[in-house]
Design a protein around this ligand. Structure first.
Ligand SMILES: NC(=O)c1ccc[n+]([C@@H]2O[C@H](COP(=O)([O-])OP(=O)(O)OC[C@H]3O[C@@H](n4cnc5c(N)ncnc54)[C@H](OP(=O)(O)O)[C@@H]3O)[C@@H](O)[C@H]2O)c1
Length: 324
């Protein structure tokens, strides 16, 4: 028997229980993994709280890394002893050991540690698809990125800076502003005290930005639309402050014929070649030293409740991992 976090009903952090579970042998196309760590992500909050309903009871967690200790029938490109990282459904990353589909696992290069992988597979691949596929940024552009000191945010600031893009980042405190600036964010706006729309207009001489990457949702989405240039792109990829009010299609034309998208990582890594390309790009930029993975919080898996409280309470910065 091993331990895992399970939940039997949606609700507050207290619904997560540290339970003994039977893991079993991997079936066809599956692997059994002894995990080093799991990654903590804001999507885990939506899933645990019921904002995104899932069947009950269930495990939690979509990101992790560790060593393969058994392979099922038909698995040809992975073997016992391989170190792997992953970021995808099915739920169950918050576990000491787990069985999972081999098709979502990516072999880790020597230069990437298990802890780094657990801290970046979901967040880093999200940045990759957002800035390379969803709205491919160009050198010289200026972009607005909300929650710039968060897990996804700190990776984005560094990667965009590396690509020659000017980053305007919003943050919830002065400490977070400093941290974002130390990771390549050129201009920070504390959106708790300042009007971020006015600040973006001032920083861009009234022009606005060609793209806003908005993961805060309810509190920022309408302001984000105001920050866009004519024919700009509103990329809404998360709801940390809650689901935004619906936007009428006609509002897009009223804001200067803007485009809006609500993308999910899993649709950009659904095919094996897409997953390997996305992860490969992430491994390369991290191995080169251009993007550093900041693990600013570590908790034992058994203390996941506290980790959730801290993430929702806006107490964390950068990546958080849960140690198996
Ligand atoms: N679409 C996708 O495929 C995809 C994939 C990965 C992540 N995401 C989204 O990306 C976002 C960032 O994820 P993450 O795991 O790296 O989390 P995170 O950014 O480390 O944490 C969320 C941050 O959002 C900010 N925030 C603003 N209003 C908030 C509120 N009312 N409650 C809580 N936080 C608030 C806080 O930063 P400040 O205090 O600085 O405001 C907080 O630290 C999330 O919205 C997540 O759902 C989407």
């Amino acid at each position: 028997m091993v331990h895992a976090i399970r939940f039997h009903e949606a609700g507050g952090p207290e619904v997560m229980k540290w339970e003994e579970v039977e893991v079993g042998d991997p079936g066809p196309g599956e692997i059994r993994v002894k995990q080093t760590a799991a990654g903590l992500n804001f999507i885990d909050i939506y899933l645990r709280s019921g904002a995104r309903p899932v069947p009950m009871p269930n495990g939690l967690g979509l990101e992790g890394a560790g060593e393969i200790i058994a392979v099922g029938e038909g698995v040809s490109d992975l073997a016992v002893g391989d170190r792997i990282g992953y970021a995808d459904m099915p739920l169950g990353a918050y576990a000491e050991e787990r069985v999972m589909p081999a098709k979502i696992a990516v072999k880790l290069p020597d230069g990437i540690s298990d802890e780094q992988a657990a801290a970046m597979m979901l967040k880093g691949m999200t940045v990759q698809f957002l800035i390379k596929s969803c709205f491919p940024v160009q050198q010289g552009q200026t972009v607005l990125w909300h929650a710039a000191a968060g897990g996804v945010g700190l990776i984005a600031c560094q990667w965009l800076n590396h690509l020659g893009v000017t980053v305007i980042g919003t943050v919830g405190s002065e400490e977070k502003a400093e941290l974002a600036r130390a990771h390549g964010c050129h201009h920070t706006i504390n959106y708790k005290d300042e009007d971020f729309v006015a600040q973006v207009k001032e920083l861009t001489d009234g022009a606005g930005v060609p793209v806003v990457y908005d993961s805060v949702g309810k509190d920022t989405l309408r302001g984000s639309m105001e920050c866009l240039q004519r024919r700009g792109y509103l990329i809404s990829f998360g709801n940390a402050s809650g689901a935004p009010d619906p936007v009428e299609l006609t509002e897009l034309s009223a804001h200067g014929s803007i485009y809006a998208a609500r993308p999910m990582l899993f649709d950009f890594t659904a095919e094996r070649d897409e997953l390997l390309a996305c992860a490969g790009d992430l491994f390369e930029v991290v191995s080169s030293g251009a993007v550093k993975i900041e693990i600013n919080q570590r908790y034992p898996l058994s203390e996941t409740v506290q980790a959730h409280i801290d993430l929702v309470g806006r107490k964390t910065t950068g990546s958080t991992i849960l140690m198996a």
